[in-house]
Design a binder for this molecule. Sequence first.
Ligand code: MSP
Length: 512
Amino acid sequence: MSKPFYITTPIYYVNDVPHIGTAYTTVAADVLARYRRLRGEEVFFLTGTDEHGQKVADTAESKGFSPQQWADQTVTAFIDAWRELDVSNDDFIRTTEDRHTVAVQTFLRKLHDQGDIYLGHYEGWYCVGCEDYYLEDALAEGRTCPVHGRVVEWLSQDNYFFRLSAYAERLIEHYETHPDFVRPEERRNEMLSFIRGGLNDFSISRTSFTWGIPLPWDPQHVTYVWFEALINYLTAVGFGADPERFARIWPAEYHFVGKDILRFHSVTWPAMLMAAGLELPGCIQAHGWLLVGGEKMSKSKANQIHPRTLVEDFGVDAYRYYFLRELSFGQDGSFSYEGMVNRYNADLANDYGNLASRVTNMVERYCDGVLPAGEAGGEAEDVLAGVLAEAVAGIDREMGELAYDRALGALWSLVRATNRYVEDQAPWALAKRQETARLHTVLYSASEALRAIAVLVSPWMPRTSARLWEMLGMAEPLEAQRLPEAAAWGRCVPGQRVSKGEPLFPRMEVTK
Ligand code: MSP
């Protein structure tokens, strides 16, 4: 059996609720998962929630709940948000599930037995927001955390340590032999020089609170939340429970992570896997932050936006489209409501929506809603078919680079070329002059281009594609379409019933 394409998002802390930042990672991963399925690949797409640790325990306490009650309530906010965004994850992992305890304890036991985990003492400045220690000179003014701005606390405790330092050489070698292990490249270089600077062993257990997975050999200690959370990627594919399944699915092709959590994923995690004798993931892909008013969203700054508020105004598909079209995946980018309205009107209402309305309208009007047959060999039609072939190749190339914005750019050259084709061929004039054969060829070709667009854009905008598919009266189900065959020219069947539906993207005015 072949190996599925395995892709993950970070698991999100349940001390917070979903917002457009966490949705950004999740939707990006979803589009890739859908794109790979469209190419006929088996995909395993994982997301979930990170439910242990001091931060979650503190939040629960401040709200008057037990950590488990709190996690049980908050997790539904994530499940609902992803469902509302049509996220097609194959599994949703919660770190408080038994399967995760089994996997984590299996992992810990192995490392402990072979001497990669030992008891030691650690003191240092700790930020609960990051669940991480800081060196004195990495702190911001007033001994505050550079990320959260809150005052750090001095922690001094007996902890178990993971022998991270022992893996520096092997990590460097892996980076050197796998240039795409961490992307984008500037982040890879940062991580590599961090490793070259020398690695310290790091503490993987806590005794100051109990909300976590106990170490199997010393249950006074709970596992450090990061060490435990990373293992979710193994748990979900059967580590410690189903060796056959694990062997089939692991390693992940991609871990998608925000740049804020890259170090854990590209230094700690691969070292943990090396210690456990497991294969490393193909690529740790870091992406930038989504900024609102120039700042990263956070609970403390109260600048978080729930995806639902935008979905209510723009619809799910436009939401999914906008962030991946507007931002370049590896870089930071800003959200603005006006920017979203402008892009919606230009790309979706004008370019795409109008094209769909116009073409289906004309088939209804001039051909009683029955798709006519076209004649092959026309020059303009060959050009359009050529643009389609280029778009298919362009999308595939750009998706290989995770350049979502450029992939959509390649697709929009087809949308625009089809609009130009309709404009240049002027079917309304052909109808007037009763040039029926030519009129039929133009309407068939424009419908055919629309059909291909519906397939190609479906990873981003599945609902709209389903509607357009229905308007075009396609007999084969949309879900059964596979690239590249589905993008080959000429799959609309003359005689199929075309109907003009409601506009796909009604124009919007800036009201907010
Ligand atoms: N629980 C850890 C991750 C453990 S993974 C083994 C965590 N959780 S988090 O809830 O804080 O979410 C972190 C991730 O959410 C970021 O790495 C990023 O993927 C995403 N984002 C959170 N805010 C974001 C933005 N403002 N912009 C883009 N992505 C953002 O860290």
